[in-house]
Structure formats: C-alpha cells, structure tokens
Ligand binder design. Structure first.
Ligand code: ATP
Length: 274
C-alpha cells in the first residue's frame, strides 16, 4: 500500500529574542508518522499547550518548513512544491480547518462568496449553476444547505454552524486529507459532539483522512482510529486509540489521562453519541 502522508523524523526550531537574548525553541523534535493511501483514518495528535501540535499541523499544511526531516504527500516532498500551480494542486488535496471559525472569515463578507470563490479557484468549477451546486453539495455534507447560508454574514451564524461552513469550504476541492487544529475548542460545549460526529462521518462517507489536533482526550477517545501523544515536541506514545487511552504506558500519557478525565467527562466518550 502506498503512503498518503509521510512525516519523517521532522523537527522545527524557532529562534526568538533579540541579538543578545537569542533563544532556540525546539517546537517539534524528531516526529515521524504515516497515513496510508486508500485507508482513510482519523489520526489524533494530543498534548498539552506548547507540546508542538500546531507547529506539526502547520508543517503538514506546508505553511512552515521543517528545520530537519522530510514531509512527503503522495510521495512528493513538500520542500519541492514550488510555484503557484504546484502549490494550488497541493492545497486542493490537503485542506486546513482552524480553531476559530470567526477568524477564518472576514466579518464583512458574505459566506456564500467564500464558497463560490473556493469552487471557482480551488476546485476549478465553471459556470454559475455548477458553482452553486458545488457549494450546496459541500454544505449538505456538513448538514447545511446553500438556501440556509446564502446572503448571510459570519456573525449571523453560531460558532458551530460557522465551523460547519469552514469544513464545507475545505471539502469543495475534494481533499484527501483534512488537518483540523483544535476545531471544536472555540465552540460551545453543547455543539462539539455534532462537529466531532461530522468528522467521523466524513471519514466514513467521503473517505477523507483527518489529522485531528486536540488537547481534549474525551473527543480524542471517541473520534480517533490512531493517536499520537506529544510532549515537549516529542511523541511519547502512539498506537491504536482505544488501546493507548484505555491503558496508557508512558507516565506522561497516564498523567494526561488522570488529569483530564473528570467525572463530568465520560471516559467512553458516550456524550458524543448524540
Ligand atoms: N512562530 C513561533 N516563534 C517562536 N516560537 C514559537 C512559534 N510557534 C510556536 N512556538 C513555540 O513552540 C512551542 C510549541 O508551540 P505550538 O503552538 O506548536 O504548541 P501547541 O501544542 O499547538 O500549543 P497550543 O495548544 O497552546 O496551541 C511553544 O513553546 C511555542 O511558544
């Protein structure tokens, strides 16, 4: 089986501070992971704040180059993706979903405009009717429709609805991989389950692979096929999600589990069956 994504011994060092107070921060330190083509799965990256999750996500999205190591998508090294055409081809296949949907959209711009522009530019759809159909199809994938969204501005939707629109927008180009960085952390707790269920549905129905970044072990338990636990930029434990979370081996994973799972957060993720 061929690889969809290969992250090979990747590190990222940031230099901060001025000339006389220079400091090196190793945000990601020797991380490797792989997703197979034709076997869609949800790979969750868990870790506390500052463990390097966002930096890893940004490297996979091609937004930040690794300091060392290599990232390949469908066999092609991201470092070799040069020029706007090659960049666009990559972005069609690997789409981001960010934490705060209110920051993902300009408050002065109608949401349908975003969807139409993405259909035109990213997916190469031509003709008004076909563009409307592409937007409507993507919105239906996330439980909305163009009729509901048309003419509306970001503030007219709830955070949960807006995150759905952001996911619909990411789906228009029919990507093979979504990289979702804390997609539910800014959303009202009562709506989180529906977004997490949506991600699972997309993996099942659309065959899209998802890298789900979170610090929330309850959603991770429910949604993940595989899990990777990060601390100080390194992977401390990884494997099949239920096995890792039911019986964590590394002391940090055990600590994370005991500190996160409180009586209000069911360890089985039962709350997410809603
Ligand atoms: N652009 C940057 N310049 C300097 N340091 C950075 C930069 N981005 C991240 N870092 C540092 O790298 C480390 C990892 O940060 P990162 O945002 O990747 O972690 P995270 O696990 O996603 O945290 P959070 O959950 O708070 O977003 C932190 O120490 C952070 O301060």
């Amino acid at each position: 089986m061929s690889a969809l994504l290969e992250v090979e011994d990747v590190s990222r060092v940031y230099r901060t501070g001025g000339l006389f107070a220079a400091r090196r921060v190793t945000a990601v330190d020797g991380v490797s992971l792989q997703l197979e083509a034709g076997r869609p799965e949800i790979l969750t990256v868990v870790g506390e704040s500052g463990s390097g999750k966002t930096t890893l996500a940004r490297m996979i999205l091609g937004m930040v180059p690794p300091s060392t190591g290599a990232i390949r998508f469908k066999g092609k090294d991201l470092a070799d993706i040069r020029g706007s055409r090659a960049r666009l081809a990559f972005m069609k296949e690997v789409q981001p979903v960010f934490q705060n949907p209110f920051e993902a959209f300009n408050p002065m711009k109608r949401l349908d405009r975003y969807l139409f522009a993405t259909a035109r530019r990213m997916a190469g759809v031509e003709g008004e009717a076909a563009i409307r159909d592409a937007a409507d199809g993507a919105l239906k994938e996330v439980g909305l429709s163009l009729a509901e969204v048309r003419g509306r501005y970001p503030h007219e939707l709830s955070g949960g609805q807006l995150q759905r629109v952001a996911i619909a927008r990411a789906l228009i180009s029919k990507p093979a991989l979504l990289v979702a960085d804390e997609p539910v952390s800014m959303i009202d707790a009562s709506l989180r389950a529906s977004i997490v269920n949506l991600l699972r549905g997309l993996r099942e129905r659309r065959g899209v692979s998802i890298i789900y970044i979170t610090h929330d072990l309850a959603t991770a338990y429910y949604v993940s096929d595989r899990i990777l636990i990060m601390r100080h930029g390194k992977v401390v434990e990884s494997g099949e999600a239920r096995a890792v979370l039911d019986d964590p081996q590394h002391p940090y994973s055990q600590l994370l589990k005991s500190s996160v799972l409180s009586p209000e957060v069911p360890p089985t993720g039962a709350a997410f069956h809603a």
